[in-house]
Design a protein around this ligand. Structure first.
Ligand code: ADP
Length: 444
């Protein structure tokens, strides 16, 4: 279902699921991140490496030249604007390009250069003279497969005879067709079908097997088993690579089942902190009252850009309409929009076309809009048991200690929700000051 604001800003309110909270869809979030990402994510942590054979020397590279890549591949990398390997690539690339090939499990947050790394590995291992699938990459969704394919196409721009094919539902291959493309990217179900039922891919000829977004993958029913069935049919000298943005136990267990004798590379995530954030709350009677408080705050401070969080789509819509009617230029980002629509809204916001973004929890994680210095919790994040959702609070407001600028956070609190706020304060051991919305001088 999609409800898109009309040109005049009004909303067609026809949805029954307005009271819904937007559930965080891992695959959608991951795609969104890719669509809005413009550059590498920095990290202050060191890359941790666990070698399969601890006695073998550990190589890292500071330049792409050191990798002795094919000329046309190096050209492709530079054409993408890459000057030097990212932190994770410094360690991962020598392992991935080693002879004999080594298996690898790598974990680092999205935006750190994993995709570019395995695309490079696939491209470097393709033999253009052989016209059959040689590299196989599994992705959790059609859209994510396409994104990876685009990277192959960009990086392989000068590798003229290398071609990509998508094993995704809807890509119908006529009976009797021979697949001559060297790189196949697809979702587990369709790949399985192409390999075993339709015999379009001969798995015994695959040299590089990539399992991307393992954490998203295991979140989808059936994908782990299908991936393992595919992996079991690969030759023993096939290089196997697995990537994940997170590394809960379940991901780790899956990774160990599917990647034999791996090297492991991890880059810890930059932690979020509330240290640089001044937090306030305003006590309110009801929703109208909260809105009034918001308006007072709005005028009282010279606002840069702000994100306002609501707990339900209904509230987010209501607030959007109210603010528009009061002449504020705001945009609404909620889960009923397609990922492409969300990406374009975030882009407009980033470009400063709108100063205020109203959203539900879809936006709480992973989307960093650097210039945002003000966050408003129009509703406190709570879980199903009506307890505070600390994680989400941190994700909405927190910033990474090293790169984050100072920020301001406002919580609009109905009186009966005050105990929840106090719990949040205790949980994070950080003070949230009460604010009289009539007196904005209190804000330093
Ligand atoms: P991940 O797969 O970890 O999410 P990507 O490989 O998609 O990360 O890289 C994130 C962004 O950084 C992309 O826009 C990509 O083009 C860019 N990028 C990747 N490697 C480099 C590099 N070595 N130098 C500059 N930019 C890079």
């Amino acid at each position: 279902s999609t409800t898109v604001p009309n040109i005049d800003g009004s909303l067609n309110n026809t949805e029954e699921d307005d009271d819904e909270e937007d559930v965080v869809d891992l695959a959608a979030n991951s795609l969104l991140n890719k669509l809005i990402r413009q550059s590498l994510i920095e990290s202050s942590h060191r890359v941790e490496v666990l070698q399969k054979d601890p006695s073998s020397p550990l190589y890292s590279v500071k330049t792409f030249e050191e990798l002795r890549l094919k000329e046309e591949l190096l050209k492709g990398i530079y054409a993408m604007g890459f000057n030097r390997p990212s932190k994770i690539q410094e360690m991962a690339l020598p392992m991935m390009l080693a002879h004999p090939p080594q298996n690898l499990i790598a974990q680092s947050q999205s935006g750190t250069g994993k995709t570019a790394a395995f695309v490079l590995a696939m491209l470097s291992r393709v033999n253009v003279l052989e016209l059959f699938p040689q590299c196989l990459c599994l992705a959790p969704t059609y859209e994510l497969a396409l994104q990876t394919g685009r990277v192959v196409e960009r990086m392989g721009k000068f590798c003229v005879d290398v071609e990509v094919m998508y094993a995704i539902r809807g890509n119908r291959i006529p009976r009797g067709t021979e697949v001559t493309k060297q790189i196949i990217i697809g979702t587990p179900g369709t790949v399985l079908d192409w390999c075993f039922k339709r015999k379009l891919i001969d798995l015994t000829k695959i040299r590089v097997f990539v399992l991307d977004e393992a954490d998203v993958m295991i979140d989808t029913q059936g994908f782990s088993d299908q991936s393992i069935r595919i992996q079991r049919a690969l030759p023993s000298d096939c290089q196997m690579l697995l990537f994940s943005a997170t590394f809960e136990d379940s991901v780790w267990q899956f990774a160990e089942r599917i990647i034999p004798d791996p090297n492991v590379i991890k880059l810890r995530k930059e932690e979020l902190t509330l240290n640089n954030i001044r937090q306030y709350y305003v006590l309110c009677e009801n929703r109208k009252d909260k809105y009034q408080a918001l308006c007072n705050i709005y005028g009282g401070i010279t606002i840069g850009q702000a994100i306002i969080f609501c707990q339900t789509r209904r509230n987010a819509k209501w607030l959007t309409v109210e603010m528009m009617q009061d002449g504020h230029q705001v945009s609404l980002l909620s889960g009923e929009l397609t990922v492409e629509q969300r990406a374009s809204i975030i882009q407009r916001f980033r470009d400063g076309k709108e100063k205020v973004l109203i959203t539900t929890n879809v936006c709480a994680r992973g989307i960093d809009v650097k210039q945002v210095t003000i966050v408003v919790n129009f509703d406190l994040p709570v879980n199903q048991a009506e307890e505070p959702d600390y994680e989400t609070y941190l994700h909405r407001i927190g910033r990474t200690g090293r790169f984050g600028k100072k920020g301001l956070a406002f919580n609009m609190i109905e009186v009966d929700k005050l105990p929840l706020l106090m719990k949040i304060q205790d949980h994070f051991n950080s003070s949230i000051k009460q604010l009289d919305p009539e007196d904005m001088d209190e804000i330093e």
